[in-house]
Design a protein around this ligand. Sequence first.
Ligand code: BGC
Length: 766
Amino acid sequence: MDIKKAIKEMTLEEKASLCSGRDFWHTKAVKSRKIPEFEVSDGPHGLRRQTLKEDHTGSSESIKAVCFPAACATASSFDRNLLNKLGKALGIQCQSEGVGTILGPAVNIKRSPLCGRNFEYFSEDPLVASELSSALIKGVQSKNVGTSIKHFLANNQETRRLTMDEIIDERALREIYLASFEGAVKNAKPWTVMCSYNKVNGVHMSENRRFLTGVLRDEWGFDGVVISDWGAVNDRVAGLIAGLDLEMPGSYGINDREIVAAVRDGRISEAVLNRTVERILKLIDRFESHRSKQTKWDKDADHELAGKIEEESAVLLKNDGILPLDKNDAIAVIGKYAKTPRFQGGGSSHINSSRVTSFWDAAKGKGHEFYFAPGFDDKKDEIDRILITKAVSAAKKSDVALIFAGLPDSYESEGYDRSHMRLPECQNVLIEEVLKIQPNVVVVLTNGAPVEMPWKEDVRGIFEMYLGGQNVGSAEYNLLFGKVNPCGKLAETFPLKMEDNPSFLNFPGANDSVHYKEGIFVGYRYYDKKKMEVNFPFGHGLSYTTYKYSNLKVSKRKLKAGESLEVSVDVSNIGRMAGKEIVELYVAPRSSTVSRPVRELKGFEKVNLRAGETKTVSFVLDKRSFAWYDPSLKDWYVEPGDYDIEAAASSRDIRLTKKINIDAPKVFRKRFDENSTFSDFMGDERLEALIKPVFDSYRHVNDKTVTERSEAISQEMVDATFGPTPLRAVLGFGDGTIDHEKLKEITDKANELFGYSSAVCPNTEQ
Ligand code: BGC
């Protein structure tokens, strides 16, 4: 397509018409210029392609497709290759259906376990979210199909998501909420970004120039199309100026006419419209020029792949040795989810599954002695004594009770948040009743986000399957009977109770605004800082084998701020079963001038080990691995000092530690003046020389104080009060030799040497 020519030839109306959808899933064709329509489809863990033009609610059926495990599950795989494979499968499905862009992945941070859409999101940690979504994006786009990373920015709750103002401080934005998008946008270059419904710090994201253009395009180099979330447009003209390209689903031409009027009356220049049209045409061209209409989609192969992905994602939370199960045991299979599993969440990601394999289906014909009892009805949370009695009697005649529990459909969906973190009471009562007569209880959970577990100490095993896709049953069977070794780890913390969560006092907000008062202390960053007990920590996951960590090495013990550090560690499988270990690498600053998390995840690798095998796992830590975002510098800042490099099996299972030291130049955050303190001048020889006269004038008096009252006041005490004292204090407390003029002379010279702008430089490169 000759895009420049097309733009030149199109009428104003034609150009404006390209900026919004014809219906829910297509842009408008411009027949006179041979510009075809372009189709998008949900996403993110399967294809929800709807052939009816209007449906958005899930009320009319989408085509039959394969429902893969949701992001809550795949995040726990910590496996980039696996996510890439999933992406490729989605890309092939899109090609064969003529879908130009799949609406996902969704990388919002799990601020609260209650967010109704957490099942679609990856993690409470931005590195996990951005790394895994990058792998997925690369997989999809390798098939010449676009992705739409969403929901930019801070759609971390569903309550009043269209009108909520998310009030977030700059450090939290940079270190947590933007960071989950940043890595993926920079590394994987998604074709499109979907802006969220909500406001951030007072401005609707659909017209938020600071983020849509300033951060996304100018800072991160994004060159694709920004699409509105469905119905997120507030002011179309402001949106266009801010960098929002495509309005979805469209507004029956109303906003297209607004754009035309705005160009005509000079509110926007035609160049702004042309810029957007060019981006949209490039997107269409990207897909059309690599369209492979012959692509075949093998639903059965993808069904198998869905099962494999779930096997690599499920997390064995607890095992006192009861697992894997013995094939010869009589087993009470309790819970309706054993036969009719819950494997996906509600809302726009809901897939019309091609087929479903339950645990029961997977176990069929394999010669087990099973006694089934549904145990509860998940349509309502009512304790059904008859169902419980039947479950108890099944448990009584068995060696083991396997209870398939989880959150019902109505608990987790797009559009609303959960009101508490508990399982339905009828399921908790069922588990307690079975425990009364059967000590060998294993709970298998299907849910998209953490739940409280009042029975945790009493059961012998817990598997977290998350929402495991349409072939969850095969994975459950293979994992429970040890045909496959569990290897997932939690990408989020399971707190003991909801009240422990850092967002608890400020979720979901009131009066259409919510303050993220916990700042950067999200998930483990908070629980670790507060030394709180949790149910299961971030990064936790068990295996049927045992891994030993040894030989942690760093490429240097001393480095300069901005330099990279190579780290390696040996991991051995010292058990009897092959398995995969996720090695986590944390950076823990020993001190800081600001409040920082105890440790933060800065690398992870999944490594496949035969029994008895050892492999070396390597990482590179770059400048960002050590930095915090300093709003006064408007930049990432690496502070001098000691840092621990930790190789870990979970955030609370640190296996090996090496201390390194970083040397960094002193950074000046503001210009020097009479209110600069003595400590602002310390640490650099030239500055210390400059204030020597002030120091002398002041010290003269203070030395006397120390000598005269040596018992009561130590030199350390004087230094501690002296350091934060502004220079101007010398006028009154010095010996009278320093006046305003002298102070100005000194601070002018200091500014010449180290003025704010020049001092920032060492920390500006990324
Ligand atoms: C959701 C998006 C989804 C879109 C299209 C919106 O309500 O927030 O995630 O992609 O609808 O279905």
